[in-house]
Design a protein around this ligand. Sequence first.
Ligand SMILES: [Mn+2]
Length: 322
Amino acid sequence: MCISTNIIKSKYEKSEDIKKRVKSLKKVLEGKKITIIGHDNIDVDATLSAILMSKVLTFLGIENEFCILEKVKEDDTYDIIMEVFNIDMKKFEKVSESSERYLLLLDHYETIHEGKVIACIDHHPNQAQKEYDFIYSRNSSATAFLIYKIMKEVNFPIGVEEAKMIILAMAVDTAAFRSSKAIPEEVIKAQNLAKEFCLDYDSLEKVAFCLTPIEKLTIEEIISNGQKWYVYNGIKVGSAYVQLYDLPEKEIINNWLEKLFEKRKETKSGLLVFIIFDMKNSITYEYHFTKENIEKFVKKGILSRGKDIMPLIEKQFLNKYL
Ligand SMILES: [Mn+2]
């Protein structure tokens, strides 16, 4: 295990590179007041990366602020940051523009906001030729992991809170380390970090699943969770889904299915799709309600509604009536 880890590591990044990188980062930022921003419609990785980066810059004696330049929504990201860290993201909200500020972009590489971009740290490498003074961009599980590398290099005293932020950002950005974005050697680092700080890795992983809180929802809310409507070939189609850690009892599911059967009629749709993602076992269950029947499909892996499931159904609708 150790040997293979080292091989992968050397392929991605030599420790000398990170040393050079940190030197150049300091050179670019020193003496300026830095405004750290994540991308618009900010997510968990961008938020936690910004909080971590702000700590690093403060540690290095560089004046900085983390700003969210849009109105903060009370969405999944907001709930996770509040629940796990008791941090209210609204305190970073600053909806204003200024061409006078120096921007450090995190988790994205270009911005529509005013200011001079002087640095960028991102894990979505691309072909866009950017002329920023400092760029640290490579394939990685999360931007927070790149910040972690910087923290190690500058000898930042990482504590429980920071460790938790790094792990959670990585977990959320990689569907709890299950997506192809999760780089194996980084996952091992995350696990080791959890061990080092006695963190409950499983519960952090669970948070990253963004589970549907069915115990708090009414049956109507459950069967309409994430509801979307489409028109395929002139026919009304609806879809909803729940993301669960394991399947509930058969009886509970049957109650949902009965309600969904009624709902298809009430909403006058040609097809109603209900998806259960079983995150624990990595299985996707699809139920299709039509006038004629209810069909169940069991598929291996966690499929994407927008990329896998609905496009296939749309295709079938087009073929059917050609
Ligand atoms: Mn990210």
